[in-house]
Design a protein around this ligand. Structure first.
Ligand SMILES: *[C@@H]1O[C@H](CO)[C@@H](O)[C@H](O)[C@H]1NC(C)=O
Ligand SMILES: *[C@@H]1O[C@H](CO)[C@@H](O)[C@H](O)[C@H]1NC(C)=O
Ligand SMILES: [Cu+2]
Length: 701
């Protein structure tokens, strides 16, 4: 993760002081709001007003680092959404609208809870000072301010001059320092800066000024450290561009034909506020500055039972951990926690219609607060579209009848909800794909620009010691690193009472004895299932690459199918299942120690949302998923949460330069004894002639 400040200024539309005024003078919040709707611009403004008016924290300046919905307690939300809840009121009365705020003032991190139910008279409900380790996210404004310090710092200016570089061609990135022992709670809030030469290219990441590091005190906003260690040639600008027209002439060779999506009867989904209804699915799409897209209250209609059934209470990306693998002075600390140090939602930009999302997509806007607490709107930050990808939902050709061939095929259509996070150099395309079969596919596609290091090498043959990366261009090493994308998935399979079950594949010898499951036949072995129900959090930790093969399920022990099987959903990890291979005692590993296992299961706790802790910048790991799990709480027959980490070891290759083609990984949550039978058996194939003609459709007859 690096910063790309110039683009923020252009793309974000700052909504300064917008108060939604209603003619009758009734409060803004009286508009129909779903309890999980993100804070509106008017609510963010109300939060700002209340915090600044409060006498609890007189110190100024007061800077807002997080402003987001403090969601109502789960029973209240369930009561609203489904008309009932565990212990909650059974009315659909609107829960109070509350915000959670983290602000810095007087060198301390302050937490506020603010009631904005009536946006014209907001009130601070509580205030606390964070006394533990770690700091809130680094704001955009702090990054701008830090960047401006570099050229004005004489030793830096001298260094640039001595390297023959023009100061106005230099762009610096603000990078979190990580944690490498010591201080903890007494630490200073600092960041480092590494700089690049832009000038002739938009791809300044490819032109690092290796060896120069600045340290900035973020609270005082002053340079407090400077190192000028080594000088390598700055890699050339030639061949680094990616902008159309600047990256060279278009390919002359064979190209795919242009295509469009035609939906002659219009979209098949409906968006009502933040609630999306499509085919058998219904869910709420929210936006949070830290997590970005948040999916809540996903339920699926069961046609056979005539019921809407609950699948997921709330799901979002909790953290993206990206450790680099070069121990050098300028690189050792690059062990990013993109959500906790930078905010994923802050780096999500307007999607490009027809390119980022299909032409038939609908878009949703997002709001966050700037450092002064004013609302900032990001247009088209999420999109929703139906995907007709040419895949098959199910099919069969029956050739067993002598005089008849039976073929039944159902095309697969799914609904995609998408957000793209451009975390400085890297872009993450984050998809939730809902399928009529009841499955949810999660896909992360990586693209963008690698993090590169200047070197004296111009050919791989010159490399004698470990270079910690791949030589992707002259004087340019792309450094080895990992990506760990951690999802918080509060599954509620048919209710909140769930258990985590492992169906473990176990090899058996054929004993020949029917009493022990054997048979008097020549077969020597077979596999069967050993079913384990996780009792405590320790049983909920799984390295999917270790041990015997197993299906991992969330089941509802109180709900059975007509056949007597427990209803459930299973997790299907796919492809990207890397686990961290760093030493357990290495500092970044201690901060994100959950990255060694893909699966963790914890009891639901409203305040356990962020896998690397609420205060992730300079965190020590004491407030993290692995630390919570050490309490070893009971998880059998409880309201439990699945944490899944999709991991990739990234060895860069030359094709990843200067711009990386997308590389995807994902996993699936799939109904497993949830329905009585294939829930899409009775779907019909859309007739090609229905609702219009297909101009270029041909077939051999
Ligand atoms: C969950 O369901 C099981 C089976 O019906 C029951 O024994 C258990 O007490 C329930 N747990 C809670 C917390 O209600
Ligand atoms: C909920 O989580 C917070 C933060 O980890 C913790 O302090 C609190 O004790 C937890 N509550 C329960 C009931 O486990
Ligand atoms: Cu990568």
């Amino acid at each position: 993760m690096m910063s790309q400040m110039a683009h923020h200024a252009m793309l974000l539309i700052v909504v300064v002081g917008v108060l939604s005024i209603t003619t009758s003078g009734t409060p803004v919040a009286s508009a129909r709001r779903h309890p999980l709707d993100p804070l509106s611009a008017a609510e963010i403004t109300a939060v700002r007003t209340a915090v600044l008016a409060s006498r609890l924290v007189p110190a100024r300046p007061l800077r807002f680092h997080y402003v987001g919905l403090d969601e109502p307690d789960k029973p209240d939300v369930l009561a609203y959404a489904y008309g009932y809840g565990a212990g909650g009121s059974s009315s659909r009365a609107l829960a109070p609208r509350r915000a959670f705020v983290i602000a810095r003032a007087g060198g301390q991190s302050h937490e506020f809870r603010v009631d904005v139910t009536n946006a014209s008279s907001p009130s601070v409900l509580s205030h606390a000072v964070h006394r533990g380790t770690g700091f809130p996210t680094i704001t955009l404004e702090e990054q701008f301010a830090a960047q401006a310090l570099a050229p004005a710092y004489p030793p830096f200016a001298d260094s640039m001059r001595s390297r023959g570089l023009r100061l106005d061609d230099v762009i610096c990135s603000v990078l979190p320092v990580g944690w490498f022992g010591g201080a903890g709670a007494g630490a200073r809030r600092v960041a480092k800066m590494q700089c690049f030469v832009a000038g002739a290219t938009a791809n300044y990441y490819a032109r690092p000024i290796e060896g120069v590091t600045l340290v900035v005190d973020l609270d005082r906003m002053a340079v407090v450290g400077f190192r000028d260690r080594v000088a390598y040639p700055v890699p050339k600008a030639e061949g680094t561009e990616y902008r159309a027209g600047k990256a060279g002439p278009p390919l002359a060779g064979p190209a795919p034909a242009p295509g469009v999506v035609v939906q002659p009867e219009g979209r098949g989904f409906h968006i009502d506020g933040h609630v999306v209804r499509w085919a058998n699915w219904e869910f709420h799409v929210g936006f949070d500055v830290r997590a970005g897209m948040v999916i809540s209250l996903a339920s699926v209609h069961d046609e056979d039972a005539g019921l809407r059934r609950r699948v997921l209470y709330r799901g979002f990306v909790s953290e993206i951990f990206v450790p680099y693998m070069d121990p050098a002075e300028e690189w050792y600390y690059r062990t990013f926690l993109d959500a906790g140090e930078f905010d994923l939602g802050l780096w999500a930009y307007p999607l490009q219609p027809g390119a980022d999302c299909l032409a038939n997509a609908a878009y949703l806007d997002g709001y966050s607060a700037d450092q002064d607490g004013n609302p900032v709107k990001v247009r088209n930050v999420m999109c929703v579209f139906e995907r007709y990808a040419g895949d098959v939902a199910w099919r069969h050709t029956e050739s067993g009848f002598p005089s008849q061939l039976i073929t039944e095929v159902r095309p697969d259509v799914s609904l995609v909800v998408r957000m793209v996070v451009s975390a400085g150099n890297y872009d993450y395309i984050l998809d939730w794909e809902f399928k009529t079969s009841g499955s949810i596919n999660f896909v992360v596609s990586l693209t963008g620009i690698l993090e590169m290091k200047a070197t004296s090498y111009t050919h791989a043959d010159e490399i004698t010691a470990d270079a910690h990366g791949t030589l992707v261009s002259e004087n340019t090493l792309a450094i080895y690193h990992d990506h760990y994308v951690t999802y918080h998935l509060d599954l509620d399979i048919d209710g909140t009472n769930n258990s985590f079950v492992k169906n473990i594949i176990t090899t058996r010898r054929n004993t020949g004895n029917p009493a022990t499951g054997g048979a008097d036949t020549p077969r020597r072995s077979y596999w069967t299932l050993r079913r384990e129900v996780a009792e405590t959090e320790a049983d909920g930790q799984v390295d999917v690459n270790a041990g015997p093969p197993a299906d991992l399920l969330f089941v509802n022990p109180g709900k059975k199918t007509r056949m007597g099987n427990e209803v459930g959903y299973r997790l299907i990890p796919a492809g990207a299942t890397a686990g961290s291979v760093l030493a357990d005692d290495d500092y970044p590993q201690r901060r994100a120690s959950y990255s060694k296992k893909q699966v963790w299961v914890t009891p639901y706790n409203k305040s356990e949302k962020w896998a690397s802790g609420l205060y992730a910048d300079q965190s020590t790991g004491d407030d993290s998923l692995a630390a919570w799990s050490k309490r070893n709480r009971g998880i059998r027959g409880e309201d439990i949460v699945l944490w899944y980490t999709l991991g990739l070891h990234h060895i860069p290759y030359q094709e990843d330069f200067p711009m990386m083609p997308t590389l995807s990984g994902g996993f699936e949550l799939r109904p497993s004894n949830f329905f009585e039978r294939n829930p899409i058996l009775r779907t019909r194939s859309p007739s090609p002639s229905r609702g219009g003609h297909s101009p270029n459709c041909s077939r051999n007859v």
